[in-house]
Design a protein around this ligand. Structure first.
Ligand code: A3P
Length: 321
């Protein structure tokens, strides 16, 4: 789109957004707006609407999807390393000098769609947090592949709470974990309700497992080697026997490990432009990287309430954590 129509489009979307249900209880620098059943920051929402109007997927694209704080940094690093392994290795990968988020464009971040790096790949990679039912129509009609990762809800809440504290309004005390917990359970969280986000992709993956690979953070933590192979097979870019013998799978696991990535200079000191004026330190994407950290934060009552919601919303569809 040219500059003039981009501006007109921006005002048009601004107008739509200002008429949507709004929630400011996260006390974040941005309020959340509800659109098609999910909550968004305005910058992301404008990107979602734009992607819905303009994004054209190709059948060879691979879309990496998830809700925030469920392992996007990790899965982006892994899929990027898998797709670029004939070009780069663990001593010259762009992952050594760029936050994984910079290695592929995000559908809802308009400016990122110009990133050249993954467009030149045989398997073009895109990332998104857009819920399944709100994906641009062409993602569904092109039948391109989708890799979805989710994570145990209690750990997501804790991770999200820490992350959101970095977005807190300067004039207000940041939200307590108890308050964040209430909002999360109510479904008011960026790209939430979290359980609905999972459910959309879970149902779609049950219907079309060859099109949607559904992964859990905890499984990857248990056996990253196995899942790197599985992801590569799914992407249509399997490891040859020779590669396996030479340790190519393990090399990717090690390159993308929390220990390795979180200790790189770029991820310790760099900054990430999320969208618009939303800038976060790269280090915000690397906190602990563990399973079960919720035990250090939530009371048994809080844990029980979240588990109940998980059981009600997902258990009956055969999904458990
Ligand atoms: P914690 O806050 O529990 O530590 P996202 O990337 O979707 O924003 O999710 C961030 C979460 O993934 C954070 O969890 C972060 O520490 C963890 N993470 C980031 N890189 C990782 C990696 N390479 N391996 C495992 N976990 C990682």
């Amino acid at each position: 789109i040219d500059n003039g129509s981009a501006k007109a489009n921006h005002h048009y979307k601004d107008k739509i957004i200002s008429g949507l249900p709004r929630d400011e209880r996260w006390l974040s620098i941005f309020d959340c707006y509800q659109y098609q059943g999910f909550w968004y920051y305005p910058g992301h929402l404008e990107g979602v609407m734009s992607a819905q109007e303009h994004f054209v997927a190709n059948p060879t694209d691979v879309i990496i999807s998830n809700a925030p704080k469920t392992g996007s940094t990790w899965i982006k690093a892994l899929t990027f390393a898998i797709a670029t392994r004939s070009k780069y290795n663990s001593s010259n990968s762009p992952l050594l000098t760029s936050l994984p988020h910079y290695c592929m464009p995000a559908l809802e971040v308009i400016s990122s769609l110009k990133f050249p790096i993954t467009q030149s790949l045989e398997i073009p990679l895109f990332a998104t947090h857009i819920p399944y039912d709100s994906l641009p129509k062409s993602v569904l009609s092109s039948r391109c592949k989708i890799i979805y990762i989710c994570r145990e809800p209690k750990d997501v809440l804790v991770s999200l709470w820490y992350h959101m504290k970095r977005h807190a309004r300067k004039d207000k005390a940041s939200l307590s974990l108890q308050e964040a917990f209430e909002l999360f359970c109510e479904g008011v969280s960026v790209f939430g309700p979290y359980w609905d986000h999972i459910l959309g992709y879970w149902k779609a993956s049950m219907e079309s497992p060859q099109r949607i690979l559904f992964l859990k953070y905890e499984d990857l933590k248990k056996d990253a080697h196995f899942y790197v192979q599985k992801i590569a097979d799914f992407m249509g870019y399997p490891f040859s026997l020779n590669e396996e013998k030479k340790g190519a799978v393990q090399e990717i696991v090690d390159l993308c490990s929390f220990e390795n990535l979180s200790n790189l200079e770029v991820n310790k000191t760099g900054k990430h432009h999320v969208s618009g004026s939303n800038i976060v330190d790269n280090s915000a994407f690397f906190r602990k990287g563990e399973v079960g950290d919720w035990k250090n934060h939530l009371t048994p009552e809080m844990a029980e309430r979240i588990d109940k919601i998980t059981e009600q919303k997902l258990g009956r569809f055969g999904l458990e954590f």
